[in-house]
Structures are given as C-alpha cells and as structure tokens.
Design a protein around this ligand. Structure first.
Ligand code: UDX
Ligand code: UDX
Length: 456
C-alpha cells in the first residue's frame, strides 16, 4: 500500500511543495494542515493565499483528487505515515539568542502533536530550515512517550526560490535527504528518495547524514546572500570610482569558477530566509565558540543594512539634502519580482527611513500592496498606497524602483515624467532600467553602482 503523506504548515514552502508532490505522485494521498483556518480556507478557494506563477494550475489539477487542505491536524497525523513539517522558524525576539537564534517553539509544539496523535510508525521529515542537530532533539521528544510507535527523523530542506517555485520544484538542481546511519534510518531515506524519484533523476537526489543536510541548507542560503553582499559592497566602490557595477559583475561572472548568477547589485536581499538563516548560522557559530566565523557571516547582514541606508542617503543628497514634504513614489514593495511576499523586503526599511526624513511616501506594487499595508500599518497616513504606478508618480519629486517587476520596464516613462514635479529624479534600486534613455527623456537618474546622470 502506498503510504499517506501529511504536511504540517501550509505556507510558501509547504503549500507549493505538496502541490507538486500530489501532481507528480497521483497514487498518493497528500494532505496539508495548518493552524491558520483562514489560510486553509484560501487554499481551498479560487484565490490562493500566496501568489506564485503556475501554482494555481498545479493546485487545480490535484485539489480534491489527491491533494487536500484542512485544519484537522490530529486526524491528519493519525492517518499519515510520512509527515513533512514546514512550520515557520522565525528569529527569536525574546530571551537567550534574541535577534539571532531560531524560535523553535512551533517546532516543538508540532512534535508533541505528532507524538500525541500518531497511530503507526512514522517518518517525520524536516522541511523547515533548522539549526543543525534539531533532528536529535526532535527524535528525543518523539520517543519520550509511552507509545510503541517508532519515528524516523529525516532532513529534507527545500531550496525553492519564490517567484520560480513551481519550476524549481518540477526541476530541482538537487534534492537533499539526510538520515541516520542505521538500517531504519537508511530505509526511511530510501523511501523518501523513491517518492522524489517519481520525477527527479536519481543522480540529483543526494543522501547525506542528518547534520550535513541541516547545515547545507543554512550554508547554501548564506553563500547566496554573501554573493549579493559582495557585489553590493563593490557597488559602493563603483559609485566612488566611476566604474559600472553591471560591467564589473559581467566581467567577474564570465570566469567559469565564479559564474554569472547572484551578482545583481541592488538595494539588498530580502525574503523570509536569507536574513533569518544567516543570523541562525551566526548564533550556531557563537554557540560553538567560533567567534571569528560568526563575525564573518554577520558582516553579510551588516552590508545588506548598509546598502539600504546608503541608497536613502544618496536620494536625500541628490535632492538638495532634503526630502521633507517631497512626494516620493516607491515603485515595487515585494522583496523580489513575481511574488507578493514582502517579508524582510528592503522596501520596508527604505520607506521607513524616508518617512523619518518627513518625505510623503507613496507605495505601489502590482502584487504586494496588501502585505505592504500591514508592514507599514504603524505609520498611519504618513504613507499612501496606490496600485496604479502613474497615479503614484503624479506630482512626485522622485520615483524609486525597489523591485524589478517586468511591467515596470514597459512603463510609459514620458507620461510618468510629464506628471512629475521638476526637477524629476529617478532612483533605480535594482539597476534594471535603461538609464541613458531615461536621462535623455529628462530624468535625473541615479542607480546603484553607477555614476549619476544629472541635468542639474
Ligand atoms: C517556513 C519557515 O519559515 C522556513 O524556515 C522553512 O524553511 C519553511 O517553512 P514559509 O513556508 O515561508 O517557511 O513560512 P510561512 O509561510 O510562515 O508558513 C508556515 C505555516 O505554518 C503558517 O501557515 C502557519 O500558520 C503554520 N503553522 C505554524 C502551523 O501550522 N502550526 C504551528 O504551530 C506554527
Ligand atoms: C532563497 C534561495 O534562493 C532559495 O534556494 C531558498 O530555498 C530560500 O531563499 P528566495 O529568498 O525566495 O530564495 O529568493 P532569491 O531569488 O534567492 O532572492 C533573495 C533576495 O536576494 C531577493 O531580495 C533578491 O532580490 C536578492 N538578490 C538576488 C539580489 O539582490 N541580487 C541577486 O543577484 C540575486
């Protein structure tokens, strides 16, 4: 008999991952549970709780067939033999390790629920990103009761990126499975590998120890974020020396040993993972007394913060050292294009810094406006939200592009300029627009890592 699959946590990771599993393994029953009833209701409706290109089609193909969303966690656990756990692991805001360590309370609560409701031997799969050696703690909790049920804990981190989740899930670079070096551990690894084998070529399914798997996820995110901070650090030097960061990135990236990806300078990385996972890594290093290693990784986050402050500083300087009472349209609020997600988005900090300078901030985004309203709720009417980019820019002294949405490339820039106050400033926080053309139109253009183009 094919074993039932459950996923606890119907978020950005759990939802799309299980939808793909259900699509590729039609003979498996896949259930996704969550404590958040509104979220489950949205997964069962015509408007999914997250925006992800291609997700609607996958969900529509499986929902009600072999993919189910429900809030009945206890029942779900009782019926499943393979349980993925994808609940959130935010940065701790209290007590020891506040601001750095992972808050594992939801994890522990979930483990206790599994222990309480499981009726047969179960494979528990860590999908969430976790500190190394969490599996050991998890296993201890799961075996702490009187029950005869045995649990095998695997680490199977998810590497999907938002905006490309469906393509990443359908065709992953690799699937990583960490398991114990025991007969039952290896049997569980083989079972999970077989599940992925329904669509992932065998040579892309890597099996390692649990600790290597847990650490690889943190390390992969840290290395990716480090590349972004490296190019952003260089962008500051480009601006000081009149080098062009896009040219530098291209020249560097053509070295096959370095490669061209993740070298786009901008206002910094956002998203739910990079910031949280690097801080997690820093905390782990400190826990093991590795102060120099911790400081090395912490610097990646500090450069990211610096880049946002530097961007706002550049805006204020360009606009005659004051933005007080000036209307500034922020075009793009999502942490990257093709998602409505704004978690840790650089736009949040940039909007706040501009409000601190008493600017009249107008926020626009094709997908992320609802989240933006929540992120900036405490600023009240000091921020205006406007879905239409032309309306946002009307009467503005400056427009600042913070997300590289492709629809922004296709904007009617003469129309935008016409509606703005003069001199009109355009700040490109993602270095993705045609700066020469915009300058010729009449904008004063300032982009990350490039020499400003000024009519003044
Ligand atoms: C989460 C983690 O943040 C990340 O570290 C990990 O790599 C994958 O899982 P994401 O899916 O983006 O990422 O988080 P989120 O969208 O917040 O989803 C988590 C879901 O878990 C939420 O819907 C939340 O309601 C649910 N949850 C949380 C539970 O069902 N039970 C809990 O006890 C806590
Ligand atoms: C990341 C990892 O890529 C993924 O493997 C992991 O599972 C979760 O974390 P995600 O955060 O969804 O995925 O998006 P990603 O494409 O990695 O971008 C992260 C941030 O870095 C975005 O804010 C993006 O704009 C920024 N970035 C990325 C740059 O500023 N420059 C680049 O060259 C690349």
């Amino acid at each position: 008999m094919k074993r039932n699959i459950l996923c606890i946590g119907a978020g950005y990771v759990g939802g799309p991952t299980m939808a793909m599993l259900a699509l590729k393994c039609p003979d498996r029953r896949v259930t996704v549970v969550d404590i958040n009833a509104a979220r489950i209701q949205a997964w069962n409706s015509g408007t999914l709780p997250i925006y992800e290109p291609g997700l609607d089609e996958v969900v529509n193909a499986c929902r009600g067939r072999n993919l189910f969303f429900t809030t009945d966690i206890g029942h779900g656990i009782a019926e499943a033999e393979i349980i993925f756990v994808s609940v959130n692991t935010p940065t701790k805001t209290f007590g020891q390790g506040a601001g750095c360590a992972a808050d594992l309370q939801y994890w522990e609560k979930t483990a206790r629920l599994i222990l309480q409701h499981a009726t047969s031997d179960t494979i528990v799969v860590e999908k969430s990103t976790l500190p190394v050696r969490t599996a050991a703690a998890l296993s201890r909790i799961l075996h702490s009761g009187e029950s005869a049920v045995r649990f095998e804990v695997l680490s199977n981190p998810e590497f999907l990126a938002e905006g490309t989740a469906i393509a990443d899930l359908a065709n992953p670079d690799r699937v990583l499975i960490g398991g114990a070096d025991t007969p039952s551990g290896q049997a569980a690894v083989a079972e999970l590998a077989e599940l992925y084998g329904a669509w992932v070529p065998r040579e892309r399914i890597l099996t390692t120890s649990v600790w290597s798997s847990e650490l690889s996820k943190l390390a992969a995110n840290a290395m990716l974020a480090q590349r972004v901070s490296s190019i952003n650090a260089l962008s500051a030097l480009c601006e000081a020396t009149e080098a062009n960061v896009a040219e530098v990135a291209h020249a560097i990236g053509m070295d096959a040993r370095i490669g061209p990806k993740f070298l786009r300078a901008g206002v910094g990385f956002g998203g739910s993972c990079f910031h949280k996972d690097i801080l997690n890594l820093v905390y782990l290093c400190e826990t093991y007394g590795l102060t120099e290693v911790a400081n090395y990784w912490r610097q990646v986050v500090l450069i990211n913060d610096y880049q946002q402050a530097r961007f706002v500083g550049g805006m204020v300087r360009a606009m005659f050292n004051t933005v007080a009472d000036k209307r500034i349209a922020l075009l793009g609020f999502a942490f990257k294009a093709d998602t409505g997600d704004t978690r840790e988005s650089p736009a949040i900090r940039i909007a706040r810094l501009l409000v601190d300078e008493h600017a009249r901030v107008v926020v626009s985004d094709p997908r992320a406006l609802a989240n933006a309203r929540t992120d900036l709720a405490d600023l009240g009417d000091r921020v205006i939200f406007e879905p239409d980019p032309y309306a946002a820019a009307a009467g503005a002294d400056a427009v600042a592009f913070l997300t590289d949405w492709k629809e922004y490339r296709a904007l009617d820039f003469p129309r935008l300029l016409h509606s703005m106050r003069r001199p009109a400033f355009l700040f490109d926080g993602r270095s993705f627009l045609d700066h020469e053309a915009l300058f010729r139109l009449g904008f004063n253009v300032q982009a990350i890592g490039r020499t400003p183009l000024s009519h003044l």
